[in-house]
Design a binder for this molecule. Structure first.
Ligand SMILES: [Fe+2]
Ligand SMILES: [Fe+2]
Length: 402
């Protein structure tokens, strides 16, 4: 087990003592530091560079949100967990923290649960070894939305008769908005017994007032600027993602998955390329990948990414979704959608469906990427491939004729 370095920030000394006792009893190999103010926290941050920050939001001297934002700016690869005495998910401080906190926990929090959250988030680092890449991912406060959906959402917000279900419909069509509402709803504030994969359900749970605050005041969503990357179209990427979502759900059904598995497969298909959205903000990364590809005609974009960074947009997206607490099967499917054999043992139906749907739809668009051979030999997959390919052709043609 890796001995992580933790920093706990809380103005209440009793809370800090409780954390001290917890770590000593449950994870004695970890090193923990403690601070009662944001200023003390930053001084520890400079000296010790912890892996994980666990902070209260309601501070007497400074605002916990400011601390989170400062850490995000200067130490973006630190995992940021809020452990708050504010029980209300609609509180302004909570909503303001959504851009910079990875996880939200509520006091009183069981010791085992806190340890599990720290470990689960910190272990995601195994997906991305490069500190530089982790810094890129940890530093982003926003994910860009498709401009037309963003404007549709703003317009809908102006209508006094708008329902939460209608807002949910728009959110569900956009991969960034979907990710953000699921991030919030899967936080401990909602105390749900299971992880939520459905953006409609998430929008209803948040309610119209919270959605309005997030959209109009916190400005959690924003429209992607025009892409300056030659050969890259946001519209194509969104269309590819929504087709992959539909096909992935049908494949998961064909693999015998129940309704939850089908929902996870739909979400994983929708979000499988979310890592590319992050890369749009980092042209340096994209340029080096494209240069590598230009020097070797046989190299696909994703293989060039692996050669250049030992990771691809798949792991980048999986890492981000994992930090934000999205359902585990979805995180795994997104992280491994190009290389499902990365995981030991059989691929889950969610991962299998996402991989197959992506390959089929990439091939429809003329991008000859390969199937994972091990996956093809799993269960009845090879036998069912022709039917799913027919479905992929139908979906692709349907989209092109609309
Ligand atoms: Fe991909
Ligand atoms: Fe894709």
């Amino acid at each position: 087990m890796i001995p992580y370095k933790l920093l706990f920030v809380d103005p209440d000394n009793n809370a800090l003592d409780a954390y001290r006792r917890l770590i000593k009893a449950m994870r004695p190999a970890w090193s923990s530091s403690f601070a009662a103010t944001g200023r003390d926290a930053m001084s520890v941050m400079r000296k010790l560079k912890p892996d994980v920050l666990v902070t209260e939001l309601n501070m007497t001297v400074e605002n916990g949100v400011d601390l989170l934002k400062t850490v995000q700016k200067f130490y973006p690869d630190v995992i940021r967990i809020v452990l708050s005495s504010e029980p209300d998910a609609q509180a302004e401080t909570i909503l303001n923290a959504t851009q910079s906190a990875h996880r939200f926990l509520v006091k009183p929090c069981k010791g085992e649960s806190l340890i599990a959250h720290v470990e689960q988030a910190a272990e995601l680092r195994k997906i991305i070894f490069s500190e530089e890449l982790r810094k890129i991912i940890g530093g982003i406060p926003y994910l860009p939305s498709l401009p037309q959906l963003y404007h549709e959402l703003l317009k809908a917000m102006e209508s006094p008769l708008i329902s939460v279900a209608e807002i949910g419909d728009i959110i569900a069509r956009d991969m960034s908005m979907t990710t953000r509402v699921l991030h919030l709803v899967n936080s401990a504030f909602f105390g749900l017994p299971r992880q939520v994969s459905n953006p409609h359900e998430a929008a209803v749970m948040l309610g119209l007032n919270v959605l309005k605050s997030l959209i109009l005041y916190v400005k959690l969503f924003f429209a992607a600027p025009d892409s300056k990357i030659p050969g890259f179209s946001l519209d194509d990427m969104w269309a590819h993602s929504s087709l992959t979502a539909r096909l992935s759900r049908d494949i998961a059904k064909g693999l015998g998955g129940n309704s939850h598995i089908q929902e996870d497969a739909f979400l994983a298909g929708m979000l499988h390329d979310v890592g590319k959205l992050l890369l749009l903000e980092h042209p340096k990364y994209l340029k080096s990948v494209m240069l590598r590809q230009a020097n070797d005609d046989d190299l696909s974009f994703v293989d060039a990414e692996y050669k250049e960074f030992s990771a691809s947009h798949a792991e980048i997206g999986g890492y981000l979704l994992g930090l934000w607490g999205l359902p585990d099967l979805v995180v795994e499917a997104v992280a491994c959608h190009h290389r499902p054999s990365q995981i030991s043992g059989e691929a889950s139906p969610v991962l299998a469906a996402t991989h197959l749907a992506n390959v089929m739809l990439c091939r429809q668009a003329g991008d000859e990427i390969d199937y994972d051979e091990n996956l093809l030999n799993q269960g009845e997959i090879k036998m069912m491939l022709p039917d799913w390919n027919l479905l992929a052709t139908r979906l692709y043609e349907e989209r092109n004729t609309n």
